[in-house]
Design a protein around this ligand. Structure first.
Ligand SMILES: [Zn+2]
Ligand SMILES: [Zn+2]
Length: 264
């Protein structure tokens, strides 16, 4: 079974290609199942090039249903979403999510305060900060995200390494704390290959973090974080090699936010 649960669309303002082209790309790559998971509207900042708008959301949902219907003999298509988390917007996010029926919700954090730490335009800020402190703040926020209980999947768990800034200190304690909470909330972790296309040139999460997840019995999903049709399932040979090496033989799939484990 091979899936790609992290696929964006042109609605978010920084991805390219029609949704159908992503589906065709997945069919051509003989995927069993994919899920769209575009960026849920941001409302704590004004940034139309970072997420879809609330006006786009119904069209997004309808289009996924339409594609599900027309391609159901070739591939299974799920309706997912990637939702930004910061503690300041947790309450509103909880209320807003009640209005929709997704197959799964990926929780992600791309902000530290008002700083979009993974955005190339704001990369300079890294030079002004203590790298380990940024990691602490990032993982602290991720832990709160997990504890909120709002999400099914931890998106690109160590996205903070994207530009290759890494602290000298060991990260084991941060990883252990996060994985403990993920286990407690019965969530799963995404293996996201987009890091291979970034300066860090690594899959998210790091193998050390993934090993801790495996030891705790935390399931995984697979995602390319596609922002163009050709990205679908990109570098999945490397992702599969990684999860097999760590010990995984099953992968998590979702329907109406119910999780099932299937053999790889
Ligand atoms: Zn994006
Ligand atoms: Zn993301």
């Amino acid at each position: 079974m091979i899936i790609d649960y992290h696929i964006h669309t042109d609605l978010c303002g920084h991805a390219e290609g029609e949704m159908e082209e992503y589906v065709r790309s997945a069919v051509a790559k003989k995927m069993d199942e994919i899920g769209f998971s575009d960026h849920f509207p941001l409302f704590h900042v004004v940034a139309p090039d970072l997420s879809m708008s609330f006006d786009d959301l119904p069209a997004y949902i309808n289009k996924v249903r339409e594609l599900w219907n027309s391609y159901k003999k070739k591939i299974r298509i799920k309706l997912g979403i990637e939702v930004e988390y910061t503690a300041e917007i947790e309450k509103q996010t909880r209320e807003l999510l009640k209005g929709y029926s997704f197959d799964y919700i990926i929780g992600s954090t791309h902000f530290i305060g008002k700083w979009v730490f993974d955005h190339p335009d704001h990369k300079d800020e890294w030079e002004k900060r203590d790298v380990y402190r940024v990691y602490e703040e990032y993982f602290d926020q991720l832990c709160r995200m997990v504890s909120s209980g709002l999400f099914d999947i931890v998106g690109h768990a160590d996205l903070v390494k994207k530009f290759g800034y890494k602290p000298k200190q060991k990260l084991t304690a941060l990883y252990e704390k996060l994985a403990g909470l993920v286990k407690k909330q019965d969530m799963c972790v995404e293996i996201n290959t987009s890091g291979l296309r970034r300066p860090v040139k690594e899959i998210y999460p790091a193998e050390e973090l993934l090993k801790i997840c495996f030891e705790k019995g935390i399931p995984v999903t697979l995602g390319s974080d596609a922002h163009a049709p050709g990205d679908v399932a990109r570098d999945f040979d490397k992702a599969l090699a990684l999860i097999r090496r760590v010990g995984y033989r099953k992968i998590a799939v979702f329907s109406a936010r119910k999780r099932r484990l299937v053999r790889l």
